[in-house]
Design a protein around this ligand. Structure first.
Ligand SMILES: [Zn+2]
Length: 174
């Protein structure tokens, strides 16, 4: 899935987060959830190059260059250790993040883990899938035949938004 889709899915999932964990996500938690929803693709240098286009209008050319170079350096190390859509794309790694949030009591870590989980769920709907049982098994599991950047992805995003609208405003409309 593209970065835009991951952000939309993460933001759309917030009401689900609130009903699962109780309370309401604060405005400050939104950027952390969004960051978590993009983080698994740190193992994909192509995604980082595309992120640069997003951050350039906010931070300027020089800083965008510096951030891109730093992230590409991290990406190279991470990819050489775990591979693309390797351990960082497993529910086991995501569970470790939730556990870290629970053990430390740091709510922002749980918010990050939630965004991270939405990324894995979205990637599992692509044709490439994710290593659902990794690191114990390498086979990737794919629930839907959606190709990244395709019309199918756009349709999936529209469906998510429509379901969110029904959930949010259904009682008002019906
Ligand atoms: Zn991914």
């Amino acid at each position: 899935m593209t970065a835009a889709t991951h952000v939309v899915v993460a933001l759309a999932s917030i009401s689900l987060y609130e009903s699962y964990f109780g309370g309401s996500a604060s405005l400050l938690s939104l950027p952390v959830i969004v960051l978590g929803s993009l983080a698994p693709d740190i193992d994909n240098s192509g995604a980082i190059v595309r992120w640069r286009r997003w951050i350039k209008p906010f931070v300027g050319n020089l800083l965008a260059d510096a951030i891109e170079r730093a992230l590409l350096g991290v990406s190279e190390v991470v990819r050489s250790i775990f591979g693309h859509r390797g351990f960082l794309h497993t529910p086991v790694f995501c569970s470790l993040l939730f556990a870290a949030g629970s053990v430390t009591g740091w709510e922002w870590v749980t918010h990050f883990a939630w965004g991270y989980a939405t990324h894995l769920a979205a990637d599992m709907c692509t044709v490439a899938g994710i290593p659902l049982l990794g690191p114990f098994r390498r086979e990737r599991v794919s629930l839907l035949p959606i190709r990244t950047g395709s019309a199918g992805e756009l349709l999936a995003v529209c469906t998510v938004l429509a379901l969110l609208a029904i959930r949010s405003f259904g009682s008002v409309l019906l």
